[in-house]
Design a protein around this ligand. Sequence first.
Ligand SMILES: Nc1ncnc2c1ncn2[C@@H]1O[C@H](COP(=O)(O)OP(=O)(O)OP(=O)(O)O)[C@@H](O)[C@H]1O
Length: 253
Amino acid sequence: MLEVKNVSKSYRSNTVLTDVSFHLEQGECLGLIGESGSGKSTIAKLILALDRSDSGQIIVNNVDFSQLKGRELRKARRHVQVVFQDPSASLNPKLPVWKSVIEPLENYPEASPSFLKEVRNEKRKMAEILFEKAGLQSGLLDRYPHQLSGGQRQRVAIARGISLQPNLLIFDEPTSNLDVSIQAQILNLLKDLKSEINMSYLFISHDIATVQYISERIAVLKEGRLVDLFKTKDLFSADRHPYTKELIDAALE
Ligand SMILES: Nc1ncnc2c1ncn2[C@@H]1O[C@H](COP(=O)(O)OP(=O)(O)OP(=O)(O)O)[C@@H](O)[C@H]1O
């Protein structure tokens, strides 16, 4: 459902991505790991069409995003959503959180997620269903972002991220700011949602353990090049790229 083909990107003289290729199957989670500055977020930005690659293609459901403009791009964008490390990025501090959760549904009136079919014109009901899916109690609907814990805020961002029933949900370090026990709860929630709603995930993290837990395959980025790509069960296999082994050793330390 996603194909990244020979993508390169530079900012002025700084080469950030070089000839990156990978694909993602429907319903699959691909983990993307690499050190800070290796280009992980840039890949996310390009897939979200927030920026353009210098060369290569990004194909979502057989549509080449790099060729789309204007209305066509806007229409295609609803199939790809994102959850960032900092949920504040997608939550308006001046709105009760239930309104932020249904905002994408207001922006795309043509979207009709299967789990909201019965209530598509009832804003509050849609928010209630999305809250329930994200494991949030309905008593929190009218809170403002600053009145929630970090874990609750991230659940709100997840509720918003799934609201349009996207084909692809990109996570950029979604649990890095959370305590370990909350991280585990959020990862379990994401696993459940993926099979329930049949979405594909691109899960960006610098933490191998997190990526190992949630992903079926793992891609390794080093200085803007994809150096390794393998099934998660082969993480400790002898033929891993030396750089992957370095990352594993560093994590074990
Ligand atoms: N809009 C931009 N203009 C100029 N340089 C940029 C821009 N966006 C990213 N870069 C540069 O691209 C490189 C890769 O950044 P990117 O954020 O993709 O890495 P990352 O692997 O996600 O790092 P981190 O884990 O720290 O978020 C960095 O050197 C960064 O400074």
